[in-house]
Design a protein around this ligand. Structure first.
Ligand code: C2O
Ligand code: CU
Length: 472
């Protein structure tokens, strides 16, 4: 009996010691790892079904973050650290780009340039600070022409430290979906030759936040901040106001120095954003609208039903939004000059171009489903368009020698357009250019890394309109 007891003792002690070791091991390792694990919120890229079309139609199969559409609105304070663990439950590899955020390069989410695409079943941890207050968005950046069209995007709102004087703050994500008119399912031909060689993939079903009859109840006299985001693959939104008086306060997440009262249509190319402050002036019982102008007609993009009246109706012109930090106006004199010719497409004059190191005739490019070139080269190259030293100012003169508009987006840094007489325009991250135009942008190359520079008409990006810059 005694032996047994000793054995039991031994077992127990050993068990105790072992569990003690295990305990101390546990209490040790979480400390080392705790900076990484517990803070990350999980976001899962997966399929889902949403009622996009009217209720007598079936739900539309989409891909979304957490399977939802509209995607999550992430709201953080300026300067905050943002941590998201992206879990890929899609049938193809993905990555996540934070559009317009002056981010550290490794977190920029460009599959093939700043990270490997995340295979099905795997995860990637995005971890970065948000230096600027404003309206940003995030979207898939692998096979974007398909993944964004399927719904993989959401709004990233970075709040000013002192809340501006508005009564409400609304995110309005504008998109057009290409749906089969009978089944309400997405047209699965994401690589359509016509889309790639012409104006891009344009939808037949225009929506705000996924709703074709987007409606909000408001009061007369209310001042709203409307955060407009063009998430469409190719559609240029031309927008006006009715029953509303408004000011443009910011473009592409960056406050304007002088807000301008809206008297002309606001034009938003794919990827672009505008922050408006609008006052409801329509009478109670009526409706005000954000109007989409198209083919000489106006369509209700969002309806604001005036269901009440605020007592304190009369408002002053809004105060400007505070500028974001460290935005030097580029000195144009000593700048590095870069030239970018946009070529190709239908009705263009591209005879031949380099594709994957080989010279191809336009006919051969068409056979490869490639249509566009920058400076005679189709798509990404080994060497960047330019290697800039940190702090250097760059001026890029862009000539749109094609028959189509393009929306040129620079990752990692905002730029200003160089205007006549050496003036510079507001900070932007995407420049909408029409056929035949020559425009020039300038920026201070203050963010080190490899930065994509491409057309945000995603069918164009997929068929040649993509290059990159390096800041060392
Ligand atoms: Cu909004 Cu390279 O993308
Ligand atoms: Cu384009």
């Amino acid at each position: 009996a005694r032996t047994t007891n000793e054995n039991e003792m031994t077992h127990t002690r050993r068990a105790f010691i072992q569990s003690g070791l295990a305990m101390s091991a546990l209490s040790f390792f979480p400390k080392a790892g705790s900076a990484a694990t517990p803070e990350f919120q999980v976001m899962t890229a997966q399929s889902g079904a949403v009622q996009l079309a009217p209720p007598d139609y079936p739900k539309t199969e989409i891909w979304g973050y957490d399977g939802k559409f509209p995607g999550p609105v992430i709201r953080v304070r300026q300067g905050a650290r943002l941590q998201r663990r992206l879990v890929n439950k899609l049938p193809q590899a993905t990555s996540l780009h934070w559009h317009g955020v002056r981010i550290s390069n490794a977190m920029d989410g460009v599959a093939g340039l700043t990270q490997d695409a995340i295979p099905t079943g795997e995860t990637f941890d995005y971890d970065f600070a948000v230096p600027d207050a404003g309206t940003f968005w995030f979207h898939a950046h692998n096979r974007s022409v398909e993944q964004v069209a399927r719904g993989l995007y959401g709004a990233l709102i970075v709040e000013e430290p002192i809340a501006p004087d508005v009564d409400r703050d609304e995110v309005l994500i504008l998109d057009d979906w290409l749906l089969n008119p009978e089944t309400a399912q997405l047209d699965p031909d994401f690589e359509a030759v016509h889309d790639r060689s012409h104006a891009g993939r344009r939808g037949n079903f225009v929506a705000t936040n996924g709703s074709f009859n987007s409606t909000l109840n408001v009061s007369q006299g209310e001042r709203m901040r409307l955060r407009l985001i063009n998430a469409a693959n190719a559609r240029i939104f031309v927008l006006g106001l009715s029953g509303l008086k408004g000011w443009v306060m910011a473009f592409d997440g960056m406050p304007l120095v002088t807000p301008s009262e809206i008297s002309e249509p606001i034009i938003l190319g794919p990827g672009q954003r505008a922050d408006l402050f609008v006052d409801v002036i329509a009478d109670e019982g009526e409706s005000a609208h954000l109007v989409r102008l198209e083919d000489g007609q106006g369509f209700a993009q969002t309806e604001f039903r005036v269901t009440g009246t605020l007592a304190s109706a009369v408002r002053d012109v809004p105060q400007v939004l505070p500028p974001n930090p460290n935005m030097d106006v580029p000195g144009l004199e000593q700048a590095r000059r870069i030239r970018l010719n946009m070529e190709g497409g239908a009705m263009g004059n591209l005879d031949a171009a380099i594709l994957e190191g080989e010279r191809k005739t336009f006919r051969q490019l068409v056979d490869a489903n490639q249509f566009w070139a920058f400076n005679g080269t189709v798509g990404m190259t080994e060497k960047p368009l330019a290697s800039l030293s940190r702090g250097e100012t760059a001026r890029v003169e862009i000539y749109n020698d094609t028959s189509f508009p393009h929306a040129m987006h620079l990752h990692g840094m905002h730029f200003r357009e160089v205007l006549e007489g050496g003036e510079v325009g507001p900070l932007r991250d995407t420049l909408l250019m029409f056929g035949g135009e020559t425009r020039e942008i300038a920026f201070v190359a203050d963010n080190p890394g490899k930065w994509l520079f491409h057309c945000h008409m995603l069918s164009h990006a997929a068929s040649g309109m993509m290059t990159w810059l390096e800041v060392a």
